[in-house]
Design a protein around this ligand. Structure first.
Ligand code: ZN
Length: 143
């Protein structure tokens, strides 16, 4: 088990660019502001989405492309280092025009219609992701 006590250092909030790639723009904000450890949340809407589901039998992501306007009911994620650079790991819940929800691991190619975000930067040394044999995923250290 990995436990680290930390504190909030700074909060960043704002609005993403209409037509931007949601995950890439969040990552860019982290890179430009040297945010390597923290968490992110956002609400808004997207023009289309790509979400992943990690198949724990095959150790592979399965992708779903949702080519429609969707509401971002929730985006929750964390920020840590992968290969020395900030990586945003986020999951989203999205709703269609019938209030049906879809969800999964946020992938590039999800395009912003409107999005308001909050990023909380944590104090201290960030976690660094490394390959985890047991899951096949780039995870935080085990301890
Ligand atoms: Zn994920």
């Amino acid at each position: 088990m990995l436990i680290k006590k930390t504190e909030a250092k700074s909060l960043y909030t704002g609005r993403l660019t209409h037509g931007a790639d949601l995950l890439n723009e969040l990552t860019q904000i982290c890179e430009q502001n040297s945010i390597t450890f923290g968490r992110v949340e956002a609400i808004g809407a997207v023009k289309k989405a790509k979400i992943g589901y990690y198949n724990t039998d095959t150790f592979k992501y399965e992708y779903h492309e949702l080519d429609q306007a969707l509401e971002i009911l929730n985006l929750t994620g964390n920020i840590s280092l992968k290969d020395g650079k900030p990586m945003v790991h986020a999951h989203v819940t999205l709703a269609d025009n019938q209030s049906r929800a879809f969800g999964g691991h946020l992938c590039p190619e999800t395009i912003v219609f409107a999005c308001e975000y909050v990023i909380e930067q944590f104090e201290g040394e960030p976690f660094s992701r490394g390959y985890d044999k047991e899951t096949g995923l780039p995870l935080w250290p085990a301890e």
